[in-house]
Design a protein around this ligand. Structure first.
Ligand SMILES: O=C(O)CCC(=O)C(=O)O
Ligand SMILES: [Fe+2]
Length: 810
């Protein structure tokens, strides 16, 4: 929003904006990049930066935003574009042989989009979409057929126990699936598209690119339809809504011709049935609605089958836990199908399935087919038993027709569906309530069952949460779902009588020495001046803090233990570890920020990066290194910081069992201190740090832009807390922009670290720090060696040179 507004107002030549973003060299700083964009900076950078080649550019540019920018300022040219169609034409062959997979085709489409080759962009995206449809349809029929085949197979022996039957069927099913994949997918049967690409297809991102490329080709109606298709999957995509509006209002797209290109068959029938109903053509209305219903059952099963996907458990559970956990993952996904299918044009049709039955009862009554009308009424009531209107309808039928009691029978599929719904509501309720108790005990592995699946946080579909009961049966207890529970935190309430930071002037002496201030940090009790430095120096082994740790510090190194896992935190790629560093290190590090840091360091010198109500005092590695180099800070301070960050990194690598090297990408120490003048004026839900994602720009529910100025290369994030003597400041995982509903919250304290993957699966924020000073070491990591922290390399080099005597510091 900010970017767009700025761009609209200030930039003369909107066409340059895309390049501006791509050329923007973003100096990495704190975790929330969205607000650092100042239009003058951008323009300046754009003028001076080298233009990268296509391959270096962010391939995951966001097309929709650019579209709206372009629409605004750029006048569309009607001139025919000279097109090179040959390479697309070559790929037409792919439609039959499917040797090129949709993920690769999609990538090519995006590449063409990035190189402004709109024709090729459209060609490849259309191929990609076709291939994806073919692939998913084939997969669905494999899963459907194999299930049936396995169930119908002759048992290996009889009698079988229920367990034997289940596993034999599962094994047969697996074998069949293997063969089916081989048979249909041929050479690509081993190919698995990246999960991120699948998610993009589910959220219809390819149509997002497509609408822009179509627009650039002057195909406004097609562009509008592509936009409608995106909106059906992402109803809250405001940029797309604006685009659609512009296509209609300024670019002659016909509103009456708008079409969701991915509208499923049942939905087509439903729409026709509705039209016939409006035209009072009840014969056709019931015909279409019957077809809609039949196709709906199929679509529902297909949707559920598509939930039977691989699942990264994030840990290594035993057999039973593993099965239960994976089942729960698919089960939660399946529970969302009903709502997904009720979204035809970007809005949920309330009680979609009952509404079909309502059309049917009305139509059959008009056609004087009363028995069928009665069955529709009874079926409707099976789904919504308390519906007053339908209960009145039933009374009406009973009063006006003779001997029709016997026709009030629930249609078979509806009865089966309703029974399954009731059962699944109970099971979900069971999982969500029972496993909560176990979360107290981190050794109980089964707590993992309460994991919410990732798709939820992705928000690929604007599916409401599971607290919306699909079935409103008054006899069935209102299900208590995860969304209605109190967020599970670590239980530790922050002390209400918070004191200000422990850092007081008398605990530090800033010595004047040959004109320069030498910062020397003392032990809080002053028993051991220059605690860290002196002991190390005397050993002549200043480089190895770890080895000397036990002796160097009086307090024992605590044992680190994971205290909150995916279940407690409500997300699979997150955890909290306690006892990562000792109390004294916490104190030294927070003291270091107060003494050596400055306002806005680590935030591009932005003194108000998040809120004016707090002071952001930061210390980056580069500043620490500079101060050491200038003789303003003891080198051991820098060593300590580096050492602690290494401990954090190791813990993350081990916990997530990372197979690839992980590199530091950015590190800073930061204290957020409540400003007294804001003590009484901050509203209750105020935040210290807005809800955000660390490696993309979160700009709508489930919409995260993987492009600069976000630090898209960040793969993991961690915040190691240093103190707890403040009020507020809870870290929260949440996808609610206001952070009112949270998935979980973490109360900071010394040695506690929250670590998580840096993507959209982990939106998070920080509640207002209301009193005192909250200090933390924030760390970001990357798998991409290109984005290794250069400041860190400098700092290490500096320490090495000091050690070798090449650089002399005081
Ligand atoms: O300080 C915290 O707890 C979180 C900070 C954060 O999310 C960030 O800087 O990206
Ligand atoms: Fe963050």
């Amino acid at each position: 929003e900010i970017i767009r507004n700025l761009t609209r107002k200030e930039v003369e030549a909107p066409v340059a904006i895309e390049d501006v973003f791509d050329n923007l060299i973003v100096e990495e700083a704190h975790g929330m990049p969205a607000v650092i964009v100042d239009v003058n900076d951008i323009l300046q950078i754009a003028e001076t930066a080298d233009v990268p080649t296509i391959s270096e550019r962010e391939t995951d540019a966001n097309p929709s935003i650019i579209a709206s920018v372009l629409n605004e300022g750029e006048s569309y040219t009607d001139e025919p574009l000279t097109l090179n169609t040959s390479s697309i034409l070559d790929d037409k062959a792919n439609e039959e042989d499917h040797s090129r997979t949709y993920d690769k085709l999609y990538q090519q489409g995006v590449d063409h989009y990035l190189s402004n080759d709109w024709h090729q962009c459209v060609g490849y995206l259309e191929l990609a979409i076709k291939d994806y449809t073919w692939y998913t349809n084939t997969l669905k029929s494999c899963r459907r057929d194999c299930r049936a085949e396995a169930q119908g197979a002759t048992p290996l022996a009889q009698p079988r126990s229920v367990e034997q039957e289940f596993y034999e069927t599962t094994i047969r099913n697996a074998l069949c699936l293997l063969k089916c994949r081989q048979k249909h997918f041929l050479s690509r049967h081993h190919h698995v598209a990246p999960a991120s690409v699948d998610r993009e297809f589910i959220s219809r991102k390819p149509y997002d690119y497509l609408q822009l490329c179509l627009f650039k080709l002057g195909r406004f109606q097609d562009a509008a339809n592509a936009a409608v298709t995106v909106l059906a999957a992402q109803p809250t995509h405001t940029v797309m809504s604006n685009n659609l509006k512009q296509y209609i209002e300024q670019y002659s797209a016909d509103q009456d011709e708008l079409d969701n290109l991915e509208l499923q068959e049942y939905a087509v029938e439903y729409v026709r049935g509705d039209q016939a109903h409006s035209a009072e053509d009840y014969a056709r209305a019931v015909e279409h609605m019957e077809a809609a219903l039949t196709l709906y059952w199929r679509a529902l099963e297909d949707c559920r089958l598509m939930c039977e996907e691989p699942f990264d458990q994030g840990w290594f559970p035993d057999f039973v836990s593993s099965v239960a956990n994976h089942y729960t993952f698919t089960f939660r996904c399946k529970r969302k199908c009903g709502l997904q299918l009720s979204n035809l044009y970007g809005e949920d049709i309330q009680d979609f399935l009952p509404s079909i039955l309502n059309y049917l009862q009305y139509g059959y009554q008009k056609l004087n087919e009363i028995p069928k009308a009665c069955a529709a009424v009874e079926s409707y009531l099976e789904l919504l038993p308390a519906d007053a209107t339908m209960l009145r309808n039933k009374q009406y039928y009973l009063a006006n027709y003779q001997k029709i009691d016997k026709f009030f029978v629930v249609r078979k599929e509806v009865a089966e569906h309703a029974a399954r719904e009731r059962y699944e509501e109970r099971l979900l309720n069971f999982i969500d309530t029972e496993f909560v108790f176990l979360e107290e005990d981190p050794s109980v592995m089964m707590k993992e069952l309460a994991i919410e699946d990732e798709g939820d946080e992705d928000g690929a579909f604007a599916v409401r949460d599971s607290s919306v009961p699909v079935h409103e049966d008054p006899q069935v207890e209102e299900p208590k779902t995860i969304a209605t529970q109190e967020p599970v935190g670590n239980g530790a309430e922050t002390d209400a009588t918070a004191t200000t930071s422990f850092v007081a002037a008398d605990k530090f002496s800033v010595k004047e020495s040959s004109g320069a201030a030498v910062v020397d940090i003392h032990d809080e009790a002053r028993r051991s001046p220059s605690l860290v430095t002196s002991s190390l120096r005397s050993r002549g082994d200043a480089g190895d803090i770890e080895a000397s740790e036990g002796r160097m510090l009086r307090d024992k190194q605590p044992t680190a233990a994971v205290t909150l896992g995916p279940a407690a935190l409500n997300g699979s790629r997150r955890y909290v570890v306690d006892g990562l560093i000792s109390d004294i290190k916490c104190k030294i590090l927070s003291a270091l920020v107060h003494v050596a840091g400055e306002r806005g360091d680590g935030y591009h010198r932005n003194v108000n990066p998040h809120t004016e109500a707090e002071e952001f005092f930061g210390l980056t590695l580069s500043r620490t290194g500079l101060m050491v180099h200038a003789g303003l800070l003891e080198a051991d301070m820098l060593r300590l910081v580096l050492r602690v960050t290494s401990v954090a990194k190791q813990n993350i690598e081990q916990h997530f069992e990372l197979q690839r090297p992980l590199y530091f990408s950015f590190t800073h120490l930061v204290c957020r201190t409540a400003k007294p003048e804001y003590y009484d004026t901050r509203p209750p839900g105020d935040l210290s740090h807005v809800v955000h994602v660390d490696n993309c720009i979160l700009y709508g529910p489930g919409e995260c832009l993987q492009r600069p100025p976000a630090y898209t290369f960040r793969d993991y994030s961690a915040i190691l807390y240093l103190n707890d003597d403040f009020e507020g400041g809870e870290f929260v995982f949440t996808d609610d922009p206001q952070a009112k509903a949270v998935q979980s919250s973490v109360t900071p304290k010394c040695g506690r670290m929250v670590a998580f993957s840096a993507g959209p699966e982990n939106p998070h924020g920080v509640k207002a720090v209301r009193r005192g000073s909250r200090c933390a070491l924030a760390l970001w990591f990357t798998h991409d060696a290109k984005h290794r922290d250069k400041d860190r390399i400098l700092a290490e080099t500096l320490l090495n040179k000091i050690k070798l005597g090449e650089i002399k510091v005081k």
